[in-house]
Design a protein around this ligand. Structure first.
Ligand SMILES: [Fe+2]
Length: 253
């Protein structure tokens, strides 16, 4: 499989804890293209709403600059805009989300604190976004304590129309056995709506998703991977509805 879509990366330099200089951004794009990625979403962290407009403008400028260089250096990679929105109760003061979604679509990539939130917190933030017509895409659920401790939270959030993005490294064991088993289960039972690199730097968490796939277990649901890497991201780009295909209840499989 190639020309797939990586919907989660911190490749745009100087925006967050990801790439720190333009050269690293270009190298990460080059690695992505070499490893089979055709389209890379640039999703810097949006952690404080008071910075949102500033970050938006900064992203616009840097995006255009990176686009120019990819063309000059003939790196065959399409890039798209997005943010990874950190949700907490501050979100209840915000009423306009479209500038911060994945390419201006209805789909917003969201994350939370790794340890503090409960299912009720996450559900209330997701419901709030949905009231504005936004479909939450929950980044790396396999890395949160409350999901690992309560598989039924995945079922409840799924039934309410939330989507899930697994990190490519998780199912390869990059974050330990517990996270790997959870991520593989998400893929094999149809709960992985997207797979993204969440690339931050040139070292471990980079844009080489193919390297991760080579380290996946032998039994992996290829149809789910095809939807996650090709079909569903195209629906984001075209702002079309995504229909999920769960193969049972996550907590009961
Ligand atoms: Fe991220």
């Amino acid at each position: 499989m190639n020309n797939y879509f990586d919907i989660h990366s911190h490749v745009l330099w100087g925006m967050d804890d990801g790439a720190q200089d333009l050269q690293t951004s270009v190298e990460l794009c080059d690695i992505a293209a070499d490893s089979g990625t055709g389209t890379l979403f640039l999703t810097p962290h949006l952690m404080y709403w008071e910075n949102a407009e500033y970050l938006y403008d900064k992203r616009e400028y840097k995006f255009e600059r990176l686009l120019e260089i990819l063309e000059e250096e003939e790196i065959p990679l399409d890039i798209k805009k997005g943010f990874e929105i950190l949700c907490d109760d501050d979100i209840f003061d915000i009423k306009y989300f479209k500038p911060y979604t994945l390419c201006g679509s209805r789909y917003a990539l969201i994350e939370f604190d790794f340890f503090k939130p409960t299912y009720e917190d996450v559900n209330s933030w997701c419901d709030y976004l949905k009231a504005f017509g936004i479909v939450p895409v929950i980044a790396h659920p396999e890395r949160y304590e409350f999901f690992l401790n309560d598989y039924s939270a995945i079922d409840k959030l799924s039934e309410k129309g939330n989507l899930f993005q697994i990190n490519s490294g998780s199912a390869a064991g990059m974050f330990g056995d517990e996270v790997r088993d959870f991520a593989v289960r998400m893929i094999n039972y149809g709960f992985a709506d997207f797979v993204g690199s969440d690339a931050h730097d040139m070292r471990i968490r980079n844009t080489d998703m193919e390297f991760c796939f080579e380290n996946y277990p032998d039994v992996i649901n290829e149809e789910v991977m095809r939807r996650a890497l090709l079909l569903n991201p195209l629906k984001i780009i075209n702002d079309e509805q995504i229909k999920v295909n769960r193969l049972g209840y996550f907590a009961e499989i």
